[in-house]
Design a protein around this ligand. Structure first.
Ligand code: PLP
Length: 438
């Protein structure tokens, strides 16, 4: 129970394969300790003398003192995800929304600018265009398929980061991570990517040049639809000083007696600042119980992602041949425009989400959704149970029609999150539902 600012601890397991990390990383029991990561359902921690606590407050020593900043269960989960993504540190937060908000607010403030792709989860678009706009941030939205030249043209002197989803929800565009990273780095900017849909099992964006990875852990990492959560992972090694754009990292923080994150915490400055400044002040840590459940879910991530991906491919093949189906979008299909990028960035599978449209448009699609029996209509994605959702009237409802189109959401689009049930049962359910359309 000694850690807190992870990435600076004694944790070295990077030789393991990802399947092993998913099971073994993060928690290392000592002799006689519980074999399973314990749930430390405690807000606070006992110390023998006042000076120890004062030193913790001053960040002079590592340790737990209040669960708004760090908790041993959450800490172990953070170490696991950091290890799986190949990062130096991670900070777990209360939701995926918080992960994206805090990742940006950690490096941008009023008057600053972010370049983001237009095909994002609807909640992220709302966060950027409404709430972060009120905080004084401005955004330029570009196509996820922008050329290097188009990306560079969107960058301004006050730009602080590029932001994109690795596999867009629900447009299912596979990001050319290398292209976006190259453009960002040319200007001394970090590339932040939301890796929720691929998960670290299918893609490691940090290895392709991204600097920061975010997740809604609510989705595949939990995998069972039990816990809302988010996480931010730092690659390490980004040169905040050389960039010249980030005084928050290179100038003293008066709220910690003038320490300088890029100097005093050189191994993981982004994560330490995120934790001790953002999470301290906004108060948005992951709940220990949620971290406990999500950690347990992550143990089976590799098995689940293989099944999600193979089931989704089989359902996509079935749907594209069905006479009632107008179109299918799944990057795992050979004819899909993003198939080459999927093979490059996500060679082990295209994940479990596919989209399709029924002939007859939105009204016919509604008949199909209502007729499904095994697949439920739920506002969720990426858990073990097959489910469907209509983004235009649900997750992307708050967006304007133009924003919906830019996000890849057509009025007839049905998003399917293919579960890990037997594929024959899933296909039979979609077949009977499609046959309800006259
Ligand atoms: C769900 C989702 C989010 C938001 O996460 P919550 O945990 O619901 O707050 C962010 N990004 C993507 C890609 C998502 O799918």
């Amino acid at each position: 129970m000694e850690h807190m600012f992870n990435g600076e601890g004694d944790f070295e397991m990077n030789h393991w394969k990802i399947e092993t990390k998913a099971v073994q990383s993060g928690y290392v029991p000592g002799n006689g300790d519980p074999r399973v990561l314990p749930l430390y359902q405690s807000t606070t921690y006992k110390y023998d003398d006042a000076q120890s606590v004062a030193d913790l407050f001053d960040l002079k020593r590592e340790g737990f003192f209040y669960s708004r900043l760090a908790n041993p269960t959450v800490d172990a989960f953070e170490r696991k995800i950091a290890d799986m993504e190949g990062g130096v540190a991670a900070v777990a937060l209360s939701s995926g929304q918080t992960a994206n908000a805090m990742a940006l607010l950690n490096l941008a403030e009023s008057g600053d600018h972010i370049v983001a792709v237009s095909s994002l989860y609807g909640g992220t678009v709302s966060l950027f265009t409404n709430t972060l706009k009120k905080c004084g941030l401005t955004f330029t939205f570009i196509s996820p398929e922008a050329t290097g030249e188009e990306i560079r043209a969107a960058i301004r002197p006050n730009t602080k980061a590029l932001f994109a989803e690795v596999l867009a929800n629900p447009a299912l565009v596979v990001l050319d991570i290398e292209r976006f990273a190259a453009a960002a780095h040319e200007f001394g900017l970090p590339l932040i990517v939301d890796n929720t849909f691929p998960t670290p099992f299918l893609c490691n964006p940090l290895a392709w040049g991204a600097d920061i990875v975010t997740h809604s852990t609510t989705k595949y990492l939990d995998g069972h639809a039990s816990s809302v959560g988010g996480i931010v992972v730092e690659k390490g090694g980004f040169d905040w000083a050389a960039s010249g754009r980030f005084p928050g990292f290179t100038e003293p923080d008066p709220s910690y007696h003038g320490l300088v994150y890029a100097k005093n915490f050189a191994a993981a400055p982004f994560s330490v600042k995120l934790r001790v400044q953002m999470v301290r002040d906004y108060g948005v840590p992951a709940a220990p119980f949620n971290a406990y459940l999500t950690n347990m879910g992550t143990e089976t991530l590799a098995l689940r992602m293989e099944r999600h991906s193979s089931n989704a491919l089989k359902l996509a093949e079935f749907l594209k041949k069905h006479p009632k189906v107008g179109w299918v979008n799944y990057p795992g299909l050979e004819e899909n425009p993003h198939h080459a990028a999927q093979l490059k960035y996500m060679p082990r599978g295209a994940s479990g989400v596919l989209c399709f449209g029924v002939k007859g448009g939105k009204a016919a699609g509604e008949i199909v959704m209502n007729a499904l029996k095994l697949a439920a209509i739920v506002v969720h994605v990426a858990d073990v149970r097959t489910c469907v959702l209509h983004p235009a009237s649900m997750t992307h409802r708050q967006l304007s029609e133009a924003e919906q189109i830019a996000a890849g959401v057509s009025p007839d689009l049905i998003r399917v999150s293919v579960g890990i049930e037997h594929i024959d049962d899933i296909i039979a359910d979609f077949d009977q539902a499609l046959n309800q359309v006259r």
